[in-house]
Design a protein around this ligand. Sequence first.
Ligand code: PMP
Length: 389
Amino acid sequence: GKPVCECSLCYGGPYCSEILPDCPANADGGDPLFLQPYWIQNAATSAVTVSGWHRMSYSFVKSSMLSDELVRQIQKLHETVGNAVTDGKFIVFGVGSTQLLHAALYALSDDDRLSKPVNVVALAPYYSMYQEHGTMFNTRNFEWQGDVSLWKNISNNSTSKSFIEIVTSPNNPDSKLRQPILEGPFARIMYDHAYYWPHYSAIPAPANGDLMIFTLSKITGHAGSRFGWAIIKDADVFQRMVTYLQYNTLGLSHETQVRALELLKVVLEDEGKTLFEFGYKTIANRWEKLNKIVSASKYFSLQKLSPQYCNYFQDIHHPSPGYAWLKCEMEENKECHKVLEAAGISGRQGSSFGVEDRYVRLTLLRSDDDFNLLLQRLVSLVSKELVDT
Ligand code: PMP
């Protein structure tokens, strides 16, 4: 064959088939490049061209900032997958779900019925961005307070404190489906459903929360397009989110909306069957391989996940988590990421997710090259254990 000129990071040699020994396996971040082969298969139908004279205005036709067609496509997508109820609800778009998380904090906390500052909480381990966001954008209206477990008894009996609980389901980092911990008139729930798609989880029932956030990043894998949407029940909360988005970015890039529309059209051509089957099989297969390696070790363990019936596939869904939540079992290995780093693997340490550094998150979402390198490094690490003992 012809030599390839550009190899992926960590690969070299004339055919890019040799692994460079000193290059760390990157298992950090949430880049969903495992979906790229699907888009290579659909390269022509998913291409988008925008002429220079086209889409220059702030508004779409009928002076709406939102593409109505994209709203309809999203409603159709949820109906087809059966993962969220959109009937009678409002939809807004954001620059990724990241912008919407903040818009939702603003919209939920700016409510006269709630005492200020509203305490923002999530069950640990939680997605690291909530803490970074909640701390950086602290306002008089809300304050990041960390792990919800510390607040459960106070909140459910309190009339003087109010809360926003962020419920990530499936959760990042451990991929478990979650329900809220808090209840009562002074608790507002914000659902982050970034991973509630058949690639990553069984879909046991449509989600029907009052405020639910989704993102293109994890369904089609187009994280760089920065497109997310929120589905909102309450008209006042919706209005406050629209106001926030208006002042923050004066709408969302039309190029992004056009691309999202074209991508979702391709996905829905066969009711999502090809995309979801490809995504699910890829990750379930990666998870199985990872489990096999880790189960041979007494130093490391992975989160336990069970098969569950999936309404979308109408079949039993085997675990296919976006992330592995690895634990160092031995007393001397309290800083698990350092053990991995020494073995040439970079993951994200437990303290980013509000728990001990005995845990590390490893991604299953990257390209085949990255994932295979991770497996190789883990095999050497685990076999070294056998020699040492
Ligand atoms: N929520 C969760 C749980 C995530 O894991 C991520 C990305 N890793 C996001 C939100 C943000 O994604 P985006 O801004 O690309 O929509």
